[in-house]
Ligand binder design. Structure first.
Ligand code: KG4
Ligand code: ZN
Length: 361
């Protein structure tokens, strides 16, 4: 089975070919990701119109490169899978329409993929994980804990009631005058900072409601920064370190709850695992906290390579393979309309304010 995947939901233009032959491990034959970070940096965030235009310009070449790299011709591909949501609608239209055209011209089935499903199933591509497992998705647009029970069978256990975690990093960076994207720069500055200097709040810590919140923390950072302005480099480093410590602490509390719930709901699961995905999973302080939490709770901690944690098309191609072999490739993908909002778990009601500002998935 070989599937061509296309991803254009935010600011990465990506294409990939993934293969699965019989019982052997799946293979990523090509994985091309073109980041638009430079195009958006001057604006301090992703500009949807710029993103859509950049996708239009780049996508043909990226698809060609992915096919060339994989040494698989379009004829040899079994299906074309494309992200159809959630995300920025301009980019989704570019990717899905391109995929529809390729599929129609090559007479191949088209599979419309939920971007979040791509993140959710990546650990099966990289680590061959069995269902069920727990997923923590922490990116610029999403902060969710999802019980991954099967292909197309996801249950959201927690989400953010305001900002996404990556968004909180990006906004904190902006307040402190650090360049975009904020996460890596906050982490870098924090390395030489004193995490004990500011006692920032740990939003939702200890709450019976399982969700996340980061806007109060962001406000506390702004107040602390304003109170001691102008900021020296050391002040910035101390704020970053204190912010990161608060985030790790709050996150650890929320994830700890979810691990306990997983144990209760899946008592027969012999070796439970927590999988992380999303750009924020690159943060070493956060990773360290989660690793310690997992080892204490008897969970395996699975962090796929960073290139497959952040947005890419291999995860989309892989989700296509999972759907194909489960007989769930969908009947009417050629008529599928891109969806800027598309919850992975249609049962869990959206929380007030959640994700409203988050363009990214
Ligand atoms: O998954 P991703 O590449 O794109 C989507 O949002 O879909 O995630 C990007 C987010 C940005 O908000 C970025 O600031 C954050 O991940 N990020 C980090 C780190 N690296 C990236 N946040 C904290 N620490 C990092 N090292
Ligand atoms: Zn994503």
């Amino acid at each position: 089975m070989r599937v061509l995947g296309i991803e254009t939901s935010c600011d990465e233009t990506a294409a990939s070919v993934v293969a699965l032959d019989g019982a052997s491990a799946p293979e990523i034959l090509s994985n091309i990701v073109l980041s638009q970070i430079e195009e958006h940096a001057a604006f301090g965030g992703v500009v949807p119109e710029i993103a859509a235009r950049a996708h239009v310009e780049a996508l043909d070449g990226i698809v060609e490169a992915a096919l060339a790299d994989s040494a698989v011709s379009l004829d040899e591909v079994d299906a074309v899978a494309a992200t159809a949501g959630p995300g920025l609608v301009g980019g989704l239209i570019v990717g899905l329409m391109t995929a529809k055209a390729i599929a129609a011209a090559a007479n191949k089935p088209l599979i419309a993929i939920n971007h979040l499903e791509g993140h959710a199933l990546t650990a099966r591509l990289t680590d061959g994980l069995d269902f069920p497992y727990l997923l923590l998705l922490v990116s610029g647009g999403h902060t969710q804990i999802v019980a991954v029970r099967g292909v197309g069978d996801y249950q959201r256990w927690a989400t953010t009631i305001d900002d996404a975690l990556g968004e909180a990093f990006d906004k904190t960076a902006k307040m402190l005058g650090l360049p975009y994207p904020g996460g890596p720069n906050v982490e870098k500055a924090a390395a030489s900072g004193d995490a004990g200097r500011f006692a920032f709040p740990r939003p939702m810590k200890g709450s019976a409601q399982p969700d996340f919140s980061f806007s109060g923390l962001k406000t506390a950072v702004r107040q602390a920064a304003t109170a001691i302005a102008p900021l020296s480099d050391q002040d910035v480093a101390d704020i970053c370190a204190s912010f990161q410590a608060a985030v790790a602490d709050a996150l650890g509390d929320r994830v700890g709850r979810a691990l306990a719930r997983f144990r209760k709901e899946f008592p027969d699961k012999a070796s439970p695992a927590l999988v992380v995905a999303g750009g924020v999973a690159a943060n070493r302080t956060i990773k360290g906290t989660l690793e310690a939490l997992c080892s204490e709770a008897g969970f395996a901690f699975v962090a796929p390579p960073q290139k497959l944690c952040t947005d890419n098309a291999a995860m989309i191609a892989w989700a296509g393979i999972e759907r194909l072999r489960a007989g769930m490739a969908g009947e009417n993908a050629a008529g599928f309309v891109p969806r800027s909002r598309w919850p992975l778990d249609s049962v869990s009601a959206p929380l007030v304010g959640s994700g409203r500002r988050g363009a990214k998935a």
